[in-house]
Write a protein of this length. Structure first.
Length: 74
């Protein structure tokens, strides 16, 4: 029984390693290029926004540098 369990474990281990190698091998050149040179493109920073919520709906509004006057509540 222990021999059967050992054989099943060995088979599962071989299948797991083969799956990892089969996944990495096609992208080997791209992975090496990324490791050696870094990313090929940069991400532009997102504009600053403020999140507002009214009646349960979340909206984005642009953040402005200048101060805006406050409105009095009606």
């Amino acid at each position: 029984m222990a021999l059967l369990v050992s054989a099943l474990f060995a088979f599962g281990f071989v299948v797991a390693l083969a799956t990892i190698v089969a996944t990495i091998l096609p992208a080997k050149d791209r992975i090496l290029r990324l490791l050696l040179r870094g990313p090929e493109w940069t991400i532009d920073p997102l504009p600053p926004v403020h999140l507002t919520s009214r009646r349960g709906v979340i909206r984005q509004r642009p953040a402005t540098v200048a101060a805006q006057p406050l409105r009095a509540a009606a």
